[in-house]
Design a protein. Structure first.
Length: 117
C-alpha cells in the first residue's frame, strides 16, 4: 500500500503544531497526479527518505523558512512558475506557491535528469 504524502487532516494538524507567528493562517497543501505517481515510484523503490517530503511540506504549509541545506530556489525557463529543493543528493521536490489561493502545490519528485529532460 502506498502511503500518501499528507492527508488534508494531517496537514492541518502538523501546521497547527508548527511554530508560526500569531495570526498567520497555514496554507493548504495539494499535489498533482504526476507527484502522486512519482511518490508511489520512489516510495516503492525505498532508496530515499520520504519523510523529508512530509517535513518540508509541513514547513511550507506553516510558512516557515526552509533550512539552507535543502537549497530551495526558483526555477527558470518552462518551469519558471515553480520552485525546487534538494532532499538529498540529486533527489528533488518541485513545488509551486499560489499566494492568492493560500496553497502549496507539490508538482513532481525526481532527479535533474528525470525532471528536466
Amino acid at each position: 500500500m502506498v502511503k500518501k504524502p499528507l492527508s488534508k487532516a494531517k496537514t492541518k494538524a502538523k501546521a497547527a503544531r508548527a511554530a508560526r507567528p500569531a495570526g498567520i493562517r497555514p496554507r493548504k497543501l495539494d499535489y498533482t497526479s504526476r507527484f502522486d505517481k512519482d511518490w508511489a515510484r520512489y516510495d516503492k523503490a525505498g532508496r530515499h527518505d520520504m519523510s523529508l517530503i512530509q517535513t518540508v511540506s509541513a514547513l511550507l504549509v506553516a510558512r516557515q523558512m526552509i533550512p539552507a541545506e535543502y537549497l530551495d530556489h526558483p526555477l527558470t525557463g518552462e518551469w519558471s512558475d515553480n520552485r525546487e529543493m534538494h532532499l538529498g543528493g540529486d533527489f528533488l521536490l518541485v513545488y509551486k506557491i499560489y499566494e492568492e489561493k493560500d496553497l502549496i502545490m507539490l508538482v513532481a519528485l525526481g532527479t535533474h535528469a528525470e525532471l528536466f529532460k
